[in-house]
Design a protein. Structure first.
Length: 317
């Protein structure tokens, strides 16, 4: 069984790419499973992929370096035993790709699984992936990926894409490696990806870490907060999330994702990311919305939505 890794900074576009990839694999008649890892302790992306009919296994809030590797390895072995042709691992946005390859080295895993291909999604609308300790994490993802995909091309300017590639080259050069081969880079918008592109990804493979590990810089500056509060309606939710993404008083918010209910008990699927906000009606919801970022101010975030307690007191629901 082959195991693919899809990496990228929070909000870069990993989940939407995986959605297309799953559909491609299933059209080929392959049995596919997704292991969804999340920096947040509550996985909120699973519902976004369940529409594909693919089995989604949640591994949220688990650090592979701190005891979570055994659980991840068991999931891989179970996938092979269940007859999966391919397991897709969606890495958390804050992630050292070396942890994936470390886990693949267990003898029991090597007996039934091998690393397939790795794709790293690069977001030209946000420079956060290259700032501070995030730079090392992004380096690991760029170094090991067989394919790099520049997302959000519909919104980005050519100058932003070129700056993105210069930053990627810089991460490699400062550690003694050659710049990114442009042959590894996809510049197609998501809706233009075709079967031949996914075939190329399957052949793209990956690179096992051949660099010095920097374990003291593994995303310690990042955090996540979860809320089960409410909004007034769809428009109100979009407005509140846009404020979260842009107001420095709240801290540096990198990603907002999950589900939220309004005062009329309607559910919405929400996704806030650099460059935009998407809010769609949902039939059901998991009641959790996750906010990922740097130096988040909990007391301000607590006022970002309508507290359920205050709603009960006012007898809205």
């Amino acid at each position: 069984m082959k195991v693919d890794l899809i990496a990228g900074f929070p909000g870069s576009g990993k989940t939407v790419w995986i959605d297309r990839y799953i559909r491609y694999l299933k059209n080929k008649g392959l049995k596919v499973r997704v292991i969804q890892m999340d920096f947040s302790p509550v996985g909120v992306d699973a519902a976004m992929l369940e529409k594909t009919g693919c089995e989604i296994v949640d591994l949220s809030g688990v650090c592979l370096r701190c005891g979570g590797a055994a659980k991840f390895q068991s999931m891989l072995i179970r996938g092979a035993m269940d007859g999966c042709d391919r397991v897709i691992v969606e890495a958390p946005g804050i992630y050292d790709a070396g942890e994936f390859f470390d886990a693949m080295e267990l003898q029991e895993v090597k007996a039934c699984c091998r690393a397939g291909s790795m794709l790293t999604v690069l977001d030209p609308l946000s420079g956060e992936a290259f700032a501070g300790g995030a730079g090392y994490l992004t380096f690991t993802q760029i170094f090991s990926a067989g394919t790099l995909w520049i997302s959000k091309r519909e919104q980005a300017r050519e100058a932003q894409e070129e700056q993105l590639l210069e930053q990627a080259d810089g991460l490699l050069k400062e550690r003694g490696f050659a710049p990114v081969s442009r042959e590894r880079i996809w510049r197609k918008p998501l809706d233009q990806l075709e079967g031949k592109d996914f075939e190329a990804f399957l052949e793209g493979g990956c690179r096992f870490p051949g660099y010095s590990r920097e374990r003291n810089r593994l995303g310690l500056e990042f955090e996540s907060r979860e809320t089960a509060d409410l909004c007034e309606n769809r428009e109100d939710l979009e407005k509140r999330v846009r404020r979260l993404m842009s107001d420095p008083a709240l801290g540096k918010v990198l990603r907002v994702k999950g589900h939220m209910q309004d005062l009329e008990k309607n559910w919405y699927e929400v996704s806030g990311f650099p460059g935009g906000v998407r809010v769609e009606p949902a039939e059901t919801g998991r009641g959790i919305c996750s906010v990922v970022g740097r130096q988040l101010r909990g007391e301000v975030l607590a006022e970002a939505f309508i507290p359920r307690k205050s709603v009960r007191e006012k007898k809205y629901v």
